[in-house]
Design a protein around this ligand. Sequence first.
Ligand SMILES: *[C@@H]1O[C@H](CO)[C@@H](O)[C@H](O)[C@H]1NC(C)=O
Ligand SMILES: *[C@@H]1O[C@H](CO)[C@@H](O)[C@H](O)[C@H]1NC(C)=O
Ligand SMILES: *[C@@H]1O[C@H](CO)[C@@H](O)[C@H](O)[C@H]1NC(C)=O
Ligand SMILES: *[C@@H]1O[C@H](CO)[C@@H](O)[C@H](O)[C@H]1NC(C)=O
Ligand SMILES: *[C@@H]1O[C@H](CO)[C@@H](O)[C@H](O)[C@H]1NC(C)=O
Ligand SMILES: *[C@@H]1O[C@H](CO)[C@@H](O)[C@H](O)[C@H]1NC(C)=O
Ligand SMILES: *[C@@H]1O[C@H](CO)[C@@H](O)[C@H](O)[C@H]1NC(C)=O
Ligand SMILES: *[C@@H]1O[C@H](CO)[C@@H](O)[C@H](O)[C@H]1NC(C)=O
Ligand SMILES: *[C@@H]1O[C@H](CO)[C@@H](O)[C@H](O)[C@H]1NC(C)=O
Ligand SMILES: *[C@@H]1O[C@H](CO)[C@@H](O)[C@H](O)[C@H]1NC(C)=O
Ligand SMILES: *[C@@H]1O[C@H](CO)[C@@H](O)[C@H](O)[C@H]1NC(C)=O
Length: 863
Amino acid sequence: MWLGWLSVAVVLAARATATEQPSWAYSPPYYPSPWASGQGEWEDAYDKARTFVSQLTLTEKVNLTTGVGWMEEACVGQVGAIPRMGFRSLCMQDGPLGIRFADYVTAFPAGINVGATWSKDLAYLRGRAMGAEQRDKGVDVQLGPAIGPLGRSPDGGRNWEGFGPDPVLSGNLVSQTIKGIQDVGVIACVKHFIANEQERFRQAPEARGYGFNISESSSSNVDDVTMHELYLWPFADAVRAGVGAVMCSYNQINNSYGCSNSYTQNKLLKGELGFQGFIMSDWQAHHSGVGDALAGLDMSMPGDTLFLTGRSYWGPNLTIAVTNGTIPQWRVDDMAVRIMAAYYKVHRDRSQVPINFNSWTRNEFGYLHAGVQEGYGRVNEKINVRGRHAVVARKVASASTVLLKNNGVLPLNGKEDFTAIVGEDAGPNLWGPNSCPDRGCANGTLAMGWGSGTADFPYLVTPAQAIESEIALKGVGNVMSVFDNYATSQIKSVVSQSTVSLVFVNAGSGEGYISVDGNEGDRKNLTLWKNGDELVETVASLCNNTIVVMHTAGPVLVDKWYDHPNVTAILWAGLPGQESGNALADVIYGRVNPGAKSPFTWGKTAEDYGVSILKAPNAGTKAPQVDFKEGIFIDYRRFDKMNTEPIYEFGFGLSYTTFAFSDIRIESLQAEPYAPTEGYTTPAPNFGNSSDELQFPSGFSQVRLYIYPWLNSTNLKEASMDPEYGLPTEEYVPPGATDGRSQPLLAAGGGPGGNPGLYEELFKVSVTITNTGKKTGDEVPQLYVSLGGPNDAKVVLRGFDRITLRPGQSTVWRTSLTRRDISNWDPVAQNWVVTAHPKTVYVGNSSRNLLLSAPLTSSSARL
Ligand SMILES: *[C@@H]1O[C@H](CO)[C@@H](O)[C@H](O)[C@H]1NC(C)=O
Ligand SMILES: *[C@@H]1O[C@H](CO)[C@@H](O)[C@H](O)[C@H]1NC(C)=O
Ligand SMILES: *[C@@H]1O[C@H](CO)[C@@H](O)[C@H](O)[C@H]1NC(C)=O
Ligand SMILES: *[C@@H]1O[C@H](CO)[C@@H](O)[C@H](O)[C@H]1NC(C)=O
Ligand SMILES: *[C@@H]1O[C@H](CO)[C@@H](O)[C@H](O)[C@H]1NC(C)=O
Ligand SMILES: *[C@@H]1O[C@H](CO)[C@@H](O)[C@H](O)[C@H]1NC(C)=O
Ligand SMILES: *[C@@H]1O[C@H](CO)[C@@H](O)[C@H](O)[C@H]1NC(C)=O
Ligand SMILES: *[C@@H]1O[C@H](CO)[C@@H](O)[C@H](O)[C@H]1NC(C)=O
Ligand SMILES: *[C@@H]1O[C@H](CO)[C@@H](O)[C@H](O)[C@H]1NC(C)=O
Ligand SMILES: *[C@@H]1O[C@H](CO)[C@@H](O)[C@H](O)[C@H]1NC(C)=O
Ligand SMILES: *[C@@H]1O[C@H](CO)[C@@H](O)[C@H](O)[C@H]1NC(C)=O
């Protein structure tokens, strides 16, 4: 098996080199790293941060920027404290769907489910609830939400942590999630920046563990147009929403590491998007001391070079580099100001409570420094932070259940004569819901993926539990569950007696450091797991009312059975979290009318998606080259371009009622002409020159392998413990990187998320929507635009809302188009332009059911 796979890998690699030469794309340098200016809503926070940082010494500033080492404190990452100012160490904690490594917390539905709700309100409520839990456990920075991966290919292992492969769906929902988290006093950290679209090869040591002999992380080679129109787009929304932190990624971009890349960090994020918060490294994604500081990194996580080496690229090395003049003081001041500005922006000064949990144990007592087993005391106060968040979790889960097919059999009433429940995915994990570390197994019902983006379940209501109680309460029907997918004769026996059969199937994915059934993070195929297709076919062959429920991390191939005449309904419930069964029962029994829409395309074959992750190294032992040759054509844009019929398209989902769309109106608004941003920044400010003793205070008792900002020798070279110390700076300080004079502003920059003119509304669009059925329900009007150029997608999503209507009720849905919405990125001008190509607006309830359209006339607005 293992050897077989290796030989396949070799053949693929040989073929890749024979037919396609990797591009070895290059990332141009961009220096100096832009210093924060306090622009926009950051002014107050920036003022407070400047005042605070101006009082700090160099080693205190360095403490703010550098983690103290893996497992050296309570949180997954913590920086140093500033005891002199009574400032405790900042705590960073996973993750995007709840608090990892903690008890008495809520396990919310995954990001992909939020994507399926298409609801800005629910995204906000979930963000707020997650933020409140983090706050009450003492967390300063929530390591989420995730919008990278965006979902370039459906097999990407961590796609489910985000909101789906459309930048506008993602951008809107990430903004609301960030606002929710930050409104309750916790810094959100949007991740992973950028083009982090596959798990395989993301870190060379991890890849070597899977038998791939590579020396460097893979490089995502992305052209400038694709970067702007696809991958950077939702990050612009995140910055506009005021996000406090951004996490740089493991992968390289154009052969320069995520946290070392001056083009992505200095130019795109801090220059063009005007990001005022701080960039922290993913865990061990920090690769060089001086280089990464100059390339824009502001915080090293978890601080040590590799886990528990006791050495750091920063910490003492940063103190040394400022002292020997290699890194200008303004750069370290800027790091500290950015970190403190994020802190004040979300009012951490008012909302911070002591850290009262410990990532490394669920016991009440344990080590204070678990990594080195030093110190002992009460580390976990077991504070229950759940409040009434189960209500939010259940609401999001039911609102994200997509009804893909319904021959009129749903909703059920719970009084059916005989209900069969079939499939391991309906039942419990026999080892318990949290038995597999970071959910790294596929036992029982699937309610989240695996990896760092998980939380421990406080409980997990299985589908069978909820459905069985529903039927028992009604007191009429029989219900029999079979959880063993391979118990074919028992399944046949139960199903043959049933009036309705609910078949549960799944397919998971997760983060690269865990392999489940040979899925090394990314999925190795797009089919259902554990005999899923055969299970559905067996049941459908015997029961003329077979309802399929899927819990999957992304699209799966349903071609074998979706149109089977006995498959009367299909539901996709995604990764619904702790309230899985309750939320599903709400939909199946009609208490909730499904209104979710698929946040991705369901193709007939894996090939229809055009791209998959790069499976085999294609550059020998050098960095695998992942050329994003498909450009912007992922998911529905690809299907539209190739004229490929999907089974269920992006944006598709049914309801128990029906809706009609009519009367599209477009009004052009008075707008100023688009003005490129001009002018210069101020010179780089220095905040406080207070110098202090750089050596360890005498008698200071060090925790083993802990990263401190101090030196243990007055000889800088000796203190650095770096054999390469003192090489001529020309070799590692790029030209201009230390220049603190005022710098030209970028034409496409100038405000949060880019040039303020991009967010100016140019058109108002309205459409009348009517509930023409007999039940109250939700519809998601979706506005798409055709930008009209030969290289453009047929249509791109530009707006949506989720609205509730009673039977017979009509409403006028109003939305608007900004200049960005109708612009293309011009790589020559390095700015957005509205092209002369004729543009059309479409409104419908899926990417392929575009019911209404109208031209956008450029004469009507000054573009
Ligand atoms: C990567 O290279 C492409 C092709 O040369 C270029 O368009 C793009 O701007 C580069 N991006 C980065 C981040 O270096
Ligand atoms: C840095 O932080 C550590 C604790 O994380 C603390 O012991 C030390 O005193 C701090 N150093 C300075 C200069 O504040
Ligand atoms: C991996 O590649 C390197 C350099 O190409 C080579 O020296 C080394 O022997 C290889 N290791 C294995 C385990 O194949
Ligand atoms: C300083 O950084 C270098 C790598 O650049 C590392 O080898 C060395 O151990 C670091 N020194 C300390 C004291 O952490
Ligand atoms: C300055 O210090 C840094 C960090 O230890 C080191 O990498 C670099 O080589 C030093 N540069 C000079 C010119 O001494
Ligand atoms: C749980 O999952 C593990 C790993 O996939 C598997 O080996 C084990 O048999 C499963 N246990 C049960 C009780 O299903
Ligand atoms: C796809 O992967 C799943 C999960 O590892 C496995 O159960 C299934 O058999 C695979 N399907 C095919 C067609 O190989
Ligand atoms: C549908 O189910 C009925 C039993 O209700 C069975 O007789 C029939 O063969 C099934 N149809 C197909 C196409 O499998
Ligand atoms: C299934 O077959 C039974 C018996 O022929 C029939 O009464 C029932 O309406 C059928 N159900 C569906 C959903 O077609
Ligand atoms: C710190 O020193 C620099 C250079 O000597 C000077 O330009 C700056 O004004 C000083 N800043 C403060 C806050 O004292
Ligand atoms: C300080 O120096 C000693 C050796 O003299 C070394 O073992 C220790 O790791 C150093 N600590 C730091 C933080 O550099």
